[in-house]
Design a protein around this ligand. Structure first.
Ligand SMILES: [Zn+2]
Ligand SMILES: [Zn+2]
Length: 145
């Protein structure tokens, strides 16, 4: 059986990625950091192993943020030309890489009946963002460390 390959990229097209296989999970994060970095109510991160994701472009840029809560870093990736969010890696979970659900060319495969999807950090959820009852919900992280 061939593994599915899901492609995506930034708005301007300078950065493209391909993710092979099924992600471990999808995390919809309502923390204040995700609200700020995305400019919306939450970040929707599809979580892959590093080895599943191919992404290379001279326009790919990174910014390392140190959490004032955990003291650990998260490194966001973005297109330096158009600024599109391209997911992140994090010190707390070595070897994984997230890709934002909205950056896939076709995200119809990201469904709550097919993948493990969790809402996390609901303690800072905006009251104008509705939650699907089909998705697990956690006040903080599902696996606090
Ligand atoms: Zn771009
Ligand atoms: Zn977050």
């Amino acid at each position: 059986m061939t593994e599915p390959v899901h492609t995506g990229g930034c708005v301007c097209g300078a950065v493209r990625f391909a993710a092979t296989g099924t992600p471990a999970r999808v995390t919809i994060c309502h923390c204040l950091w995700c609200q700020r970095r995305t400019g919306t109510a939450f970040g929707t991160e599809v979580v892959f192993d590093d080895a599943q994701v191919a992404m290379a472009s001279p326009e790919l840029a990174h910014y390392r943020h140190v959490s004032d809560e955990s003291g650990r870093w998260l490194e966001v990736a973005f297109c330096r030309r158009c600024g599109t969010n391209l997911g992140f890696t994090l010190e707390a979970r070595p070897g994984i890489r997230t890709l934002p659900a909205g950056a896939f060319d076709d995200s119809s495969w990201i469904r709550s009946d097919a993948l493990k999807i969790r809402h996390v950090y609901l303690r800072s959820r905006r009251d104008w963002s509705e939650l699907s009852p089909a998705v697990e919900q956690y006040e903080q992280h599902f696996n606090p460390q």
